[in-house]
Design a protein around this ligand. Structure first.
Ligand SMILES: *Cc1c(COP(=O)(O)O)cnc(C)c1O
Length: 346
């Protein structure tokens, strides 16, 4: 099936003329010039100038790191901005729909709800993989987006590649692969497939492995045509100078981040091996991310017990029976989790 972006973008968005910032109308360096175009405060506070609305320096660095072109990169105030803009760019309120595969990340549904867009739920299989036939069967003429989360939150596993490739080739809308935890599983990334699959969007973030959740910086990779649509509807200065600078600084520490990813993976293995020896723990799901989903006798009761002992986990029993999601912490934190859980009486 050939992919025609113009036929799936909302007509008003296609026709929209974006706001032109002062920095668009004059984009040269401000170094030796007198800048009186943006009604900024002229006295230097360190932050008195508007940030680069196109985040050129940061995109250039990220593009090199990820092996894509700078015009295949969109940067948002967290991945959540990317999710929201995709829904708003493509889905007409009250008419269009998205497909999600529960149990999965909650923001896809919230973004759709804000826009009055219907959500079709196609549950993952018993081992939390894509139900290819069911997803294909769910596609309606007005389905615009299919969300895949890999490694999936809250289950932790990587999704198989083949179903996603197959669905993308048969779907006229956009397939989104949310790789928020992709740094813990680089071999599973869809980024190398970006040029082969025209209707693919890959999302990553600085919030997890990079240790910069407080910066609020999400990355979205796609064809330059898709990136152009999202760039045109974003808030002009969506990333503050502080966020852009913090990310540029953080990129200098990618070797440290790599070491922390290895450490987290080791700790995940230890936590997982120890958890299965605890009788109350009925199941430890395999994880390609920085957390473990476990089924534990009593479910919510185990969550409350951990909480009473000063350990905050995520109760997921409403989406996976008797399950809690535990983030892999430091070695000491993980040891404490194991100690406390060993004392738990369901
Ligand atoms: C944590 C997470 C994100 C990250 O969102 P940010 O807005 O970038 O912090 C995105 N998707 C999933 C599935 C997540 O778990």
């Amino acid at each position: 099936m050939s992919f025609d972006l113009a036929s799936i973008v909302r007509p008003n968005i296609l026709a929209l003329k974006p706001y032109s910032t002062a920095r668009d109308e004059f984009s040269g360096s401000d170094a030796p010039r007198i800048m009186l175009d943006a009604n900024e405060n002229p006295y230097d506070t360190g932050y008195n100038r508007y940030p680069d609305p196109h985040q050129r320096d940061l995109k250039a660095r990220i593009a090199i790191l990820k092996g894509v072109l700078p015009d295949q990169v969109f940067l948002g105030n967290g991945s959540d901005e990317g999710i929201d803009l995709l829904v708003r760019a493509l889905c007409r309120p009250g008419q269009d729909s998205i497909v999600i595969q529960p149990p999965t990340y909650g923001m896809y549904e919230v973004a759709a709800g804000i826009q009055d867009v219907a959500v079709q739920r196609v549950p993952l299989t018993a081992d939390f993989q894509t139900d290819t036939q069911a997803v294909l069967a769910a596609i309606q003429p007005n389905t615009k987006l299919i969300f895949f989360c890999s490694p999936n939150n809250p289950t932790g596993n990587r999704l198989d590649r083949e179903p996603i490739v197959q669905i993308a080739s048969r779907f006229p809308g956009i397939v989104v692969v949310d790789e928020a935890y992709g740094d813990f599983d680089p071999a599973g990334s869809f980024l190398p497939g970006l040029d082969q699959i025209p209707n693919l969007v890959v999302m990553q973030t600085f919030s997890k492995a990079w240790g910069m959740a407080g910066v609020r910086l999400g990355m979205l990779f796609a064809s330059k045509e898709i990136i152009q649509i999202l760039s045109k509807i974003k808030a002009p200065y969506n990333l503050s100078s502080l966020a852009q600078q913090a990310a540029l600084n953080g990129l200098d520490y990618s070797h440290v981040v790599k070491g922390l990813i290895d450490l987290t993976r080791q700790e995940r293995a230890r936590l997982s091996q120890e958890l299965v020896t605890i009788p109350a723990v009925r199941k430890v799901w395999p994880s390609d991310a920085n957390f473990l989903l476990i089924e534990v006798a009593g479910g919510r009761k185990a969550y409350d017990y951990l909480l009473a002992n000063g350990i905050v986990t995520r109760d997921r029993s409403s989406v996976v029976k008797d399950s809690i999601r535990i983030t892999v912490g430091t070695a000491d934190e993980n040891t404490r989790v194991l100690e406390v859980l060993r004392q738990y009486q369901p």
